[in-house]
Design a protein around this ligand. Structure first.
Ligand code: BTN
Length: 330
């Protein structure tokens, strides 16, 4: 109960941007002035800068960069995505934890976040680094009623949602390197790893894990040429919870369109508008038969359409092969 009040008070202070009197808060939440004062004290202890002015009330001046349940919930503007939140200061992998929670029965839309991962997983069995206090790692649990073969498209839905969220919050044109890496200035900002559990031809659950380079300023030498962070590109720190909440908002909208059509047809135009490979030369790293061509766009199933020099159009299935720009990472 007290936790809910704290979250609601935090939301109110953030949304109002102005002072709110103690009396007003007492009336709204049906609790005493002492109880309000205690909540303010708790928030201050957690790092929120709350100004308390006699005869005026309380005002939120600044806040820490936290991924706590209270901070995230106080920012969520969704109906179901990210309404149940599990936060861990440190974990092996939010995907692994999310799968465990899915087995335990947590609902569709549960969001698992961590301040740091010590065993983060990337695509193709690679490791993913999520340093403490500066990276974004989250995994969203879904229980979609769609055929299992359509589930990989959800990765593209999340990729588009992350790019839209970055553009909405920071006003920059982030793009997508097919199928789902978010990029800014031709460098990778975000990677996505989707895992699924199927039972007798039906999806039991899908977990979509997202790693965003938020406030990191240095990267391991193997990736330093192709990776960047929002801080590096924008020139200032970002608030991680603000971006996660916006990702949930954009994803919830896009997911609705995806489920209605059971494919990407309603999202294809928006996706192609931010596809950095579009009309660019690419190399398709098919282990059996690599080839080059010009990427023209995607199909409603999320396959990349690549025009070869002989004029034929190849359909490249996501998840099966990697694609590189001919002259750089994108
Ligand atoms: C990639 O290789 O591009 C995908 C990286 C996915 C990383 C995220 S971080 C949150 C979630 N937990 C993991 O262990 N992996 C994903």
């Amino acid at each position: 109960m007290a936790e809910n009040k704290k979250t609601e008070i935090l939301r109110l202070l953030r949304e109002s941007g102005d002072s709110i009197s103690g009396q007003d808060l007492c009336r709204r939440f049906g609790i005493s002035r002492t109880a309000i004062w205690k909540i303010m004290k708790q928030l201050q202890d957690e790092g929120y800068e709350i100004e308390a002015i006699r005869n005026k009330g309380y005002r939120l001046v600044g806040g820490p960069d936290l991924l706590s349940e209270a901070d995230l919930i106080s920012r969520m503007e969704t109906t179901w995505a990210g309404k149940t939140i599990i936060y861990m200061e440190e974990t092996d992998s939010t995907n692994t934890q999310c799968k465990r929670l899915a087995e335990a029965g947590l609902p569709h839309g549960t969001l698992v976040t961590a301040d740091m991962q010590n065993g983060g997983k990337g695509r193709l069995g690679r490791a993913w680094l999520s340093p403490k206090g500066s990276s974004i790692s989250y995994t969203l649990l879904l229980r979609p009623q769609i055929p299992p073969m359509t589930a990989p498209m959800l990765t593209l839905v999340m990729g588009l949602s992350v790019v839209q969220a970055i553009s909405n919050v920071y006003g920059v044109d982030a793009g997508i390197k097919w199928p789902n890496d978010a990029v800014l200035n031709k460098k990778k900002l975000c990677g996505i790893l989707t895992e699924m559990s199927v039972q007798i031809d039906a999806i039991n659950y899908v977990v979509i894990g997202v790693g965003i380079n938020a406030n990191q300023t240095a990267f391991a030498s193997e990736i330093s040429q192709i990776a960047t962070s929002l801080k590096n590109e924008l020139g200032h720190d970002i608030n991680r919870a603000e971006l996660i909440a916006e990702c949930m908002k954009t994803f919830e909208k896009n997911y609705q369109l995806f489920v209605e059509h059971q494919d990407l047809s309603a999202l294809k135009d928006a996706y192609e508008a931010v596809l950095v490979n579009r009309n660019q030369p690419v190399r398709v790293l098919d282990p059996k038969a690599p080839f080059e061509g010009i990427a023209e766009g995607i199909t409603a199933q999320g396959d990349l359409l690549v025009r070869k020099a002989d004029g034929t159009l190849e359909q490249v299935r996501s998840g099966e092969v990697s694609v590189r720009g001919l002259y750089s990472y994108v």
